[in-house]
Design a protein around this ligand. Structure first.
Ligand code: NAI
Length: 345
């Protein structure tokens, strides 16, 4: 089984090579991302393995189909970069639905603590033997209200971490979790109430047409003054220009961003020798109360190992049994788990 692995990084090779052999899967690693200009590299392979910023649009799907490449193995949970409707009946789309919700939720909390306790500033100061505390005043998390949007695997872990800090947790989810609500530590509310009452807002829902720019200028206007926004989910959940305006007007107290709307050409790469063309990102990064990490929340040893194991198992299972429990399909007019392999003949 030969798989073309796109957007390969050294840490991917380490974890994937450690499991590939035992399942008889052979990877050819390409540093380039998958998109229209590179899809032909997949010629002669059984499948492609892709990550969050590879492009699997109609053109790419058509070329894969023409070349007889039947599998698109996502080594991530989100699938907003795949045209699922178009993929139906042409390629099997497999994903890793869960690999470590702790990795992402803990990173969200790490960003929050760094930001509000000014650790990023203190670190730089003390390296320069500047031990002044002026300007480093933070605030207690204990007693504050956090609004969690999306209470799936990651949102639940984040909520529980916040409970541990003595915070009040408000939540919004399109499909609220009854057991979570009954547990008494999380209160589901309407989105408008969450925005109005939260001191901190953390996004853990997927990106879809419905959630695109779920944080825009009107929402920011309705939030508490000084609200802290955390986005470890997908960049386009937040209108970055509106966020910048919110920061400039002092309405937004701080922003912790692991993802950014236009990240695909920038994140995961060393751009330190280049002029940044994206003025919004450059201005955000220049703000003392904005922390940006480059889609790093998943990056723990445990998560990488789980990603590699599940991705390789998915590929092996699909090639041997023609079905896989982690297949996604658009059979019924929306993207769902497809456990019977019937979205492809
Ligand atoms: P999940 O599928 O377990 O949870 C997502 C939750 O969002 C579900 O409870 C769902 O009902 C809810 N939801 C769906 N539509 C919604 C809407 N319109 N409004 C409010 N809630 C809605 O997914 P999981 O594993 O918790 O991941 C959440 C997101 O985190 C992923 O979609 C992905 O975008 C992002 N992610 C980011 C990573 C990073 O490294 N920064 C790594 C892994 C995931």
């Amino acid at each position: 089984m030969k798989i073309a692995f796109f957007d390969a990084k050294p840490y991917d090779r380490d974890s994937f090579d450690s499991v590939a052999k035992q399942y008889g899967v052979e990877f050819k690693y390409f540093e380039t991302k998958l998109y229209e200009d590179t899809v032909d590299l997949a010629q002669g392979y059984d499948g492609v393995c892709v990550f969050v910023n590879d492009t699997v649009n109609a053109y790419v799907i058509d070329r894969l189909y023409e070349m007889g490449v039947k599998i698109v193995a996502l080594r991530c949970a989100g699938f907003n970069n795949v045209d699922m409707k178009y993929a139906y009946g042409k390629v099997h789309v497999l994903r890793v639905p869960a690999y470590s919700p702790y990795a992402v939720a803990e990173h969200a909390m790490a960003l929050l603590l760094t930001s509000i306790r000014r650790i990023h500033k203190a670190y730089i100061r003390s390296r320069d033997f500047n031990f002044s505390l002026s300007g480093l005043t933070g605030f207690d998390l204990h007693g504050k209200t956090v609004g969690v949007i999306g209470t799936g695997k990651i949102g639940k872990v984040f909520a529980s971490i916040c409970n541990g800090f003595g915070m009040k947790v408000l939540a919004y989810d399109k499909f609220p979790d009854k057991a979570l609500a009954e547990g008494g530590n999380v209160e589901y509310v309407e989105l408008s109430e969450l925005f109005e009452k939260s001191d901190i807002i953390s996004l853990h829902c997927p990106l879809s047409d419905e959630t695109y720019h779920i944080i825009d200028d009107k929402v920011i206007e309705s939030c508490k003054k000084g609200v802290v926004l955390i986005n470890t989910s997908r960049g386009a959940l937040v209108d970055a220009e509106a966020l910048l305006e919110g920061i400039k007007s002092r309405k937004v107290g701080a922003a912790c961003l692991d993802v950014y709307e236009e990240e695909s050409d920038l994140f995961f790469e060393d751009n330190s020798g280049h002029i940044l063309d994206d003025d919004v990102l450059a201005r955000l990064i220049s703000m003392p109360n904005v922390i940006v990490t480059s889609h790093q929340a998943f990056l723990t040893r445990e998560a990488l190992q789980n990603i590699a194991e599940t991705t390789v198992q998915n590929i092996a299972e699909m090639l041997m049994k023609n079905k896989c429990p982690n297949e996604l399909c658009y059979r019924f007019g929306e993207t769902k788990d497809c456990k019977d392999g019937k979205c492809f003949d």
